[in-house]
Design a protein around this ligand. Structure first.
Ligand SMILES: O=C(O)CCC(=O)C(=O)O
Length: 285
């Protein structure tokens, strides 16, 4: 039996050392989780969406803020910031969201019943790709869900390093409460706010090869920097929630962004979603 077969048989769950690192630091990195071909296939599907070759809601396609604000002119993937919720409409992305290589570790971190609550394919274009300021994902998610944590996975489609805008994390900051997040001036993506009190001197740069995955706790302070290189820095980010979580407000009749079943059971009186395929793209789009 080769190493891959062994992993399949045993699953991709955490080793005792990984679990201990996760508990202490609030993040975890694994290299070589996805192959070059797997990443390239996803990148191609994302580009087909931008090129209009795949049906996709235009409201979920965000251009780079500098292009959006007319400060520079770029076209196609060079003009892109992200596509939002691709797994709701595109099977290849849904399969990635449900891939055991991402979700087996999450079972060990937060239990067997898992929903997907957000996902985005990010382009950080050469020279103009904008970084994400220090933030904690729970600052955003707590408006929708009552839960101890959500868990993010960040897959490197390209190599990520200090030059092209890799992630930075502050180890153990997942033990912090949620910081105040302040508005920023200038051309920013709509979602960008800055966590007050996060210090660059406490940060670790997460430099990784294509195919690596970073798991991160939703209280973990993290950021990424602008892309100063001539290379793309693409990533696919997915956020997961335990199906034991509850809606922060009301009964979830107003859900905002779609919730997806990923694995395990779901519960009628909690955040609930049944196993289903991708959604049809709304006609008005
Ligand atoms: O990919 C990046 O540059 C940062 C992504 C991020 O911080 C997030 O999705 O929360």
């Amino acid at each position: 039996m080769n190493a891959n077969d062994m992993a399949q048989k045993q699953g991709y769950g955490l080793t005792a050392d990984e679990l201990s690192f996760w508990n202490d630091n609030g993040y975890l990195i694994r290299q070589n989780v996805f192959s070059h071909d797997e990443n390239d296939a996803l990148r191609k599907v994302a580009e087909d969406i931008v090129d209009g070759k795949r049906p996709f809601p235009t409201a979920h396609i965000d251009k780079n803020a500098l292009v959006r604000d007319g400060k520079i002119e770029e076209q196609g993937i060079y003009a892109m910031h992200k596509i939002h919720h691709p797994s709701c409409y595109v099977q290849e992305f849904l399969s990635r969201v449900r891939d055991n290589r991402l979700t087996d570790p999450i079972v060990d971190m937060m239990g067997p019943d898992i929903l997907g609550i957000n996902n985005l394919f990010i382009w950080k274009a050469p020279k103009i790709g904008l970084g994400f300021p220090w933030h904690q994902d729970m600052f955003y998610f707590r408006n929708r869900f009552n839960t101890e944590t959500t868990i993010g996975t960040w897959t490197a489609i390209d190599a990520a390093d200090r030059d092209n805008g890799c992630l930075y994390v502050i180890p153990s900051s997942h033990k912090n409460e949620i910081h105040v997040h302040d508005d920023l001036e200038g051309s920013q993506q709509k979602e960008f706010k800055l966590a007050r009190g996060a210090r660059d001197e406490d940060a670790v740069a997460v430099e990784v090869e294509p195919g690596a995955v970073v798991w991160f706790h939703s209280h973990l302070l993290h950021k990424s920097t602008d892309n100063h290189s001539l290379r793309f820095r693409r990533s696919y980010v997915i956020h997961y929630l335990s199906a034991q979580a509850e809606w922060a407000k009301g009964d979830g009749t107003y859900r905002g962004q779609p919730v997806m079943w990923v694995r395990g059971q779901t519960y009628q009186d909690k955040v609930h979603e049944v196993e289903r395929d991708v959604l049809p793209v709304p006609k008005s789009e």
